[in-house]
Design a protein around this ligand. Structure first.
Ligand code: ADP
Length: 145
């Protein structure tokens, strides 16, 4: 049986923290689909640019696919016949949020979620912090894959 995980997110931008989750998940799943979602709470005009950057980060890995989607993540997971949603947890705030999402996706939509804890050295990295630093002229290249 082939196992595919969908790693959904805004990825605005995709950081080394996100990449680390995908790299580690490849030890568990046969394939990881990184799915850039259109989130109405976090509008992003740069989806195509983010997809391009994520593809570049995994250009040598045929087990990683990068795409965008809209609508419910769980419906996307079912449509492509993936096994589970993959998400990362950095801290207690992420945990509370992810727990709620996972419950909805399981109870209402019948889709499992697999959570991976971030590596300690990446747990402070957030996309919004990277955006803020970049907007104020800081070099953020060390935080991007
Ligand atoms: P969303 O808007 O769906 O939360 P994000 O792009 O912010 O999308 O995050 C996607 C997933 O990656 C989430 O599960 C988030 O907790 C996780 N994540 C974000 N940053 C990190 C990090 N530094 N280390 C591990 N996981 C992370």
């Amino acid at each position: 049986m082939h196992t595919t995980a969908v790693f959904p997110g805004s990825f605005n931008p995709f950081t080394i923290g996100h990449k680390s989750i995908v790299d580690r998940a490849l030890g568990i799943f046969d394939r990881v689909v990184v799915a850039v979602g259109h989130n109405i709470d976090k509008p992003c005009d740069d989806t195509a640019r983010h997809i391009e950057a994520i593809r570049r980060a995994f250009r040598d890995n045929s087990r990683v696919e990068v795409t965008s989607y809209s609508g419910l993540t769980a419906e996307f997971v079912k449509r492509i016949e993936a096994s589970a949603i993959l998400r990362g947890v950095r801290n207690i705030a992420d945990f509370e949020y992810e727990r709620n999402l996972a419950d909805v996706n399981k109870e209402i939509l019948g889709v499992e979620t697999v959570l991976m804890f971030s590596l300690p050295e990446y747990s402070y990295i957030t996309s919004s912090m990277v955006r803020e630093l970049a907007a104020n002229g800081h070099d953020v290249s060390s935080l991007l894959p």
